[in-house]
Design a protein around this ligand. Structure first.
Ligand code: HEC
Length: 105
C-alpha cells in the first residue's frame, strides 16, 4: 500500500515536473486531451481506460511515463497511434499523457 503510494507519487511528481525534465506538461496536455483523446478516454470506448479511473490506470502508470508515452505514440491494442492524430507532435502526446496521469491520482 504505502510502497504503491510512493511509486505513484514519484511518477506523478515526474509528470508534474518541468517540461525540460521530459515528464510532460499536464496543463498544456489538457487541451490536447480534450481534442484528441476525450472521445475514447472519457467514455471507455473500445475498452479505453477512463480518465480519472484510478484502478484502471494504476497498473499502467507503474510501467513508467516513458512506456506510457511510447504506447500512446505507437498505439496499443485498440488504441491507434497518437489516438489517430498523426498531426500531433510527440511532445503534445507526452503532455496529454501527463494530463491523464495527473487525473489518476
Ligand atoms: C480510438 C480510441 C482512442 C483514442 C482516440 C485514444 N485512445 Fe488511448 N487507449 C485506447 C484504448 C482502447 C487503450 C487500451 C489499450 C490496451 O491496453 O489494449 C488506450 C490506452 C492508452 C494508454 C495506456 C497505454 C498503456 O501502456 O497501458 C495511454 C497512455 C493512452 N491511451 C493515451 C492516449 C492519448 C494521450 C490519447 C490522445 C492523444 C489517446 N490515448 C487517444 C483508445 C484510444
Amino acid at each position: 500500500m504505502s510502497k504503491r503510494l510512493i511509486l505513484a507519487g514519484t511518477i506523478l511528481g515526474l509528470a508534474a515536473g518541468p517540461v525540460l525534465a521530459g515528464g510532460g506538461d499536464p496543463a498544456a496536455g489538457k487541451k490536447i486531451y480534450d481534442e484528441a483523446c476525450f472521445a475514447c478516454h472519457s467514455t471507455g470506448a473500445a475498452g479505453a481506460p477512463k480518465l480519472g479511473d484510478k484502478a484502471a490506470w494504476a497498473k499502467r502508470i507503474q510501467q513508467g511515463m516513458d512506456v506510457l508515452v511510447q504506447h500512446a505514440i505507437k498505439g496499443k491494442g485498440a488504441m491507434p497511434p497518437k489516438g489517430g492524430r498523426m498531426d500531433l507532435s510527440d511532445e503534445a502526446i507526452r503532455n496529454a499523457v501527463a494530463y491523464i496521469v495527473s487525473q489518476a491520482k
